[in-house]
Design a protein around this ligand. Sequence first.
Ligand code: ARG
Length: 246
Amino acid sequence: MKKILALALAAVMLFAFAACGQTAEKEVLTMGTNAAFPPYEMVDENNNIIGIDAEIAAAVAEKLGMELEIKDMAFDSLITAVSSGAIDVVLAGMTVTPERAEAVNFSDSYATGIQVVIVAEGSAIATIDDLAGKKIGVQSGTTGDIYCAGDYGEDAVARYDNGALAVQALQNGQVDCVVIDNEPAKAFVEANEGLKILETEYITENYAAAIAKENVELLEKFNTALAELKAEGKIDEIVGKYIKAE
Ligand code: ARG
């Protein structure tokens, strides 16, 4: 009798283990980003993608019981990648715009950004009004690109694959200024000598995650998790880790 009991117990435990093993294989949440946009996303010395977006996505994935996987791609391919289902979600310091909202759904906003102007110290450009007739460096496909091309004409903008390359072009004298989001602007100005950010700001915008139109289920789950993280103070904590209050 004892033997049978022990055997039965062993069988039950084996079954439980097997079930455990199955639930341990978590569903993957694939996030696309463009990891040259500090402090929202950048690559550390071990080639890991870190930053505010990576940490927010990891916190959301944890709440959803999913495993986060991050893919680094060109910024201007992110919307297509998510709407085609190649990735599940975009977190890339991406601004909510009406045009993009035609192609994807945006989550609730988790941060704000401001388009600012970086110039060389001693530049004749002092305010936004001085940009007319100047060569403006931008990251291709960003709102900085879209606004400047709209306001100053296609010929006024010089497009680069990322903000760092646009800043390099500014240092080499190939462009007169760079229009980019304020936080990466600060990081680039800190990392490069002889540059400054103009006091006058261009445009304020909201950052949100982008999800395929069809994937309403993920959008709802994402927003619920995000709201919880906001209420728990987790979003502020992540942002505070990367952006020091002035
Ligand atoms: N906020 C701007 C936009 O949405 C720039 C974002 C660039 N992000 C990046 N990860 N490179 O167009």
